[in-house]
Every structure is written in structure tokens, then in C-alpha cells.
Design a protein around this ligand. Sequence first.
Ligand SMILES: Nc1ncnc2c1ncn2[C@@H]1O[C@H](COP(=O)(O)OP(=O)(O)OP(=O)(O)O)[C@@H](O)[C@H]1O
Ligand SMILES: [Mg+2]
Length: 236
Amino acid sequence: MKPKPASIPAVLCRDLWKSFGEETARIEVLRGVDFRARFGELSFIVGPSGCGKTTLLSVIAGLLNAERGSVELFGENVAGLSGRERIKFRRRHLGFVFQQCNLLPALTAAENAAVPLLAAGWKRRAAIARGTELLVQLGLEARVRAFPTKLSGGEQQRVALARALVHQPRLVICDEPTAALDHAAGEAVMELLAAAALRPDSAVIVVTHDTRVFRFADTIAHLDDGRIARPKTPSP
Ligand SMILES: Nc1ncnc2c1ncn2[C@@H]1O[C@H](COP(=O)(O)OP(=O)(O)OP(=O)(O)O)[C@@H](O)[C@H]1O
Ligand SMILES: [Mg+2]
């Protein structure tokens, strides 16, 4: 991919519209969303339950198509790529943490964390060592060989975070990454995300209700009534 000038945002969403359901049961979730996330920044999206935060993240990640509007990642209109190119782009450049963790049940925590590296052709040992390193940073040293069904919700969430960061993607997208965590674990997660966002060619987007972690944000965008209010810099 061509290097992009710094003036291009990492993520640029213009006038996104998305609804679910038919006729009388139809709900308009996104109603003209404009959003941008800059390189080197940790961007938060907040808003009431059901306002469309997960829907917006899914559209940004290319997992859902909007009915109208456009999404550019690193200056590239990903919807314009062929199916194969889009999968390759996503695998290489994106890391996700979903609200449901979607870990692979037959793999241990360390193997789950290593999946993006294995998919990129890394040797198994090196990939698992790198996955384990991240799990240790997230306080899961004692759980690296455990299978997902033996992990608590908060432990599963941290394994999913390790998997999202392990291949150093340019864009990390996290849906409520600290929801199931206590204060100390939540801080460890946010510190890793803040470090990932510091890289000048990377960006991190976090959806959260967790006011304890708002101070980590470089910008906070409020989604309500299907639109984003003008992003504000958080007060110190
Ligand atoms: N696949 C779907 N089919 C029908 N309705 C949907 C679908 N996905 C989401 N919705 C509805 O769209 C609205 C927005 O959902 P979304 O999951 O984006 O909200 P959210 O802001 O992430 O909420 P929360 O904070 O509770 O996670 C909700 O009213 C939800 O019920
Ligand atoms: Mg949600």
C-alpha cells in the first residue's frame, strides 16, 4: 500500500445511514453519521445502549454494509476492493475486539491470541510466544494454556484483546473492552491500547460506557439519535 500523507485521517466516515428491519418494524440506527479517527490517537465513541455504536464499528470494520455513505480507512475506500483484497486488507491491517469475544473453543488462550500471526504465516512457536507475551502483559500469565470455556468473561475479553493487537494492525477497533474487568485489569487494557495508538501510522477506536477509562481518550465522539455530535477533547 502507498504511504499516505499525515493529513489523511486513519478512518473517515461520511454520511453513513443504516437501518434494520422492514416497514413498520424498521429502525433507522445510523442517520447521517460523520466520524473521523486520526493516526496516533485513541478515539472513543460513547452513547446510550442501543444507539448504534456496535453497528457503526461493524460498518467501519466492513462487517456490515451501510445503505448510504462511505468509509475510508487510511485513505482507501475498502468497499471498492474486491472480496479477496478486502479480506487480505482486513486481516493485515485491522484488529477487533467484539462485545462477544468469539474465541476459538478448541484453542488455548495463547493459541487464540496467536491466530492473526499464524494466519500471516508465522512459525507456530514464535506466534505463540508473541501471543503469550501479550497475555502476560494483560495479567493472564497463569491462564495461557487454558481453553476459553475455562476462562471468566473478563479473561476471555483480554485474550480477545491480545488477539486484536498481536499482529500490530494499523487500526484496532474495540467494543467495550473493559466492560467485564476490574479496575486494575481495565487499566492494563487501556495502557496497551494507548501504547498501540501512539504509533504514528496507527489508530485505535474504543466504544465504552466505562467512565473510569475516559481519561485515556484523545477524543470522545458522542453517538445519539443516529448521529455524532461534534467530538470534544476530554476535560483533564
Ligand atoms: N442485526 C440486527 N437486526 C435488527 N436490529 C438490530 C440488529 N443489530 C442491531 N439492531 C438494533 O439496532 C440498534 C443499535 O444496536 P447496536 O448494537 O449498534 O447498539 P449499541 O449502541 O452497540 O448498544 P449497546 O451499548 O447496548 O451495546 C438496537 O436497537 C438494536 O436492537
Ligand atoms: Mg454494542
